[in-house]
Design a protein around this ligand. Structure first.
Ligand code: APR
Length: 181
């Protein structure tokens, strides 16, 4: 069991599942969502469009997760989750971000995923402060891995060094052991 921190483009990872920081429509967007859809090819959007709507225009409510095939990605699966938009921290953002990580891991276990990579959910367009989001991610992932023992390999995949450093600071602050990737 390990948690790794790496800095790369998440779409290049040849692992069981990569997590997408999506929006509630699940029909793609910018940031990591756009990168994943571009790399996976058009069948990813088709697969997302085929998912049932929870309510008009919403296939995945904030905090929940959905799984699809990875299609042209090297990863087998994409686990789409929708992080909270940051409004200052008083609208349940930490609990929703915790739910994103927990629900993504629950789906991973249901599909016998043994290696999974998370981007910095909500830390881009959705404006979640990096250090606060890093604390939520590290504490949730460490707790879940300790409790359930799988996936054996959890990767935090930063697109820039600033986010990688925020995760490292959170791991140190929370005494979470980080495996060297
Ligand atoms: N690989 C890894 N991480 C990436 C990549 C990539 N190829 N591209 C971007 N990122 C990082 C960003 O640098 C940021 O740290 O992913 C993190 C999340 O940023 P966003 O992609 O903006 O996601 P988020 O803040 O959750 O906002 C989601 O943006 O793209 C739209 O459709 C998406 O509406 C949704 C919103």
């Amino acid at each position: 069991m390990s948690i790794e921190i790496i800095q790369t483009d998440i779409t290049t990872l040849r692992i069981d599942a990569i997590v997408n920081a999506a929006n509630e429509s699940l029909l793609g967007g910018g940031g990591v969502d756009g990168a994943i859809h571009r790399a996976a090819g058009p069948r990813l959007q088709e697969a997302c469009r085929a998912l049932p709507e929870f309510r008009p225009g919403v296939r995945c409510p904030t905090g929940e997760a959905r799984i699809t095939d990875g299609f042209e990605l090297p990863a087998r699966f994409v686990i789409h989750t929708v992080g909270p938009v940051w409004h200052g921290g008083g609208r349940g953002e930490p609990a929703l971000l915790t739910a994103c990580h927990r629900n993504a891991l629950a789906l991973a276990r249901e599909h016998e995923v043994d290696s999974i990579a998370f981007p910095a959910i909500s830390c881009g367009v959705y404006g979640y402060p990096r250090d606060a989001a890093a604390g939520v991610a590290l504490s949730t992932l460490a707790e879940e891995q300790h409790r359930m023992h799988t996936p054996h390999r959890i990767i935090l995949c930063a697109f820039d060094s600033g986010m990688a450093e925020a995760w490292r600071r959170a791991a140190e602050r929370l005494h979470v052991a980080i495996a060297e990737g």
